[in-house]
Design a binder for this molecule. Structure first.
Ligand code: NDP
Length: 239
């Protein structure tokens, strides 16, 4: 999976490892990643690491190769790495737009492309994108992020159609606001206003997203493809 060292990513790595999967993720900062890996080892979980920036196709290809060297073929891919560069569109720089599109959307091409042929050859695969509630409903100050996350849905449903006959399902989880660093970085008064819009009355937990991802993985979920699973405390109940 990508972005496994982050808030939601760590929860996904843990849940999948506890379910018996051999799990790997990418890193950019070696020291930070090794520290993270050691912490999880302390909890009895061994997660493999491969260096790579998902915004780079070359890095992503090398990263997949390294994961396959360590663990064997990739049967499950979770495209989770993501960033925000929030500002209203009339103030947005080309760099803020491009960084978000490259990291959140181009990454889906970069990382999925090197694994898809193997999945098709083996006639089994699971691909899950972590999109966002804001890709479903839009968000003030997030034209770049909402465009990238909405794009992940188009990617998901096209890939689902192309690969259904090969035993590969492709789905999206769209989280609402989860209490990770990404959301805790938002000023407290803004966060309180967000929580007030969530019917469950609280931010989500990273493991609640990990659970949604795990739903798509077993053989029994083989009939579910091209779906979008909203996990947002009821904040948005559309598609
Ligand atoms: P974090 O910021 O905690 O984690 C992001 C992860 O992505 C980190 O591991 C980070 O690695 C990695 N990453 C970022 N950019 C790159 C890159 N260019 N190449 C490789 N890895 C990269 O975020 P969250 O856990 O909160 O979010 C995970 C996903 O969930 C994201 O796609 C986000 O958009 C989505 N999401 C989050 C919500 C929330 O409320 N938190 C709500 C809806 C969606 P590094 O340590 O190297 O930066």
């Amino acid at each position: 999976m990508t972005g496994g060292t982050g808030g939601i990513g760590t929860a996904i790595c843990k849940r999948l490892a506890l379910a018996g999967h051999r799990v790997a993720t990418n890193y950019r900062n070696e020291e930070k990643a090794r520290e993270w890996q050691e912490k999880l080892r302390g909890e009895g979980l061994d997660i493999a690491l491969a260096k790579g920036d998902v915004a780079s196709a070359d890095d992503a290809a090398a990263m997949v190769q390294e994961v396959e060297r360590q663990l064997g073929p990739v049967d499950i891919l979770v495209n989770n790495a993501g960033i925000t560069r929030d500002t209203t569109f009339h103030k947005m720089t080309s760099q803020q737009w491009t960084e978000v599109i490259c990291t959140n959307l181009n990454s889906c091409f970069n990382v999925t492309r090197p694994v898809i042929e193997g999945m098709r050859a083996r006639k089994w695969g699971r691909i899950v994108q972590i999109a966002s509630i804001n890709g479903q409903k839009g968000q003030y100050g997030q034209a770049n992020y909402a465009a990238a996350k909405a794009g992940m849905h188009g990617f998901t449903i096209s890939l689902a159609q192309e690969n259904a006959k090969f035993g590969i399902t492709v789905n999206t989880v769209s989280p609402g606001y989860i209490g990770t660093d990404m959301v805790m970085a938002v000023p407290e008064d803004v966060r309180n206003k967000i929580v007030a819009q969530i019917p469950t009355g609280r931010l989500g937990e990273p493991d609640e997203i990990a659970y949604a991802v795990s739903f798509f993985l077993p053989d029994e979920a083989g009939w579910i493809t091209g779906a979008n699973l909203s996990a947002n405390g009821g904040q948005y109940m559309g598609w």
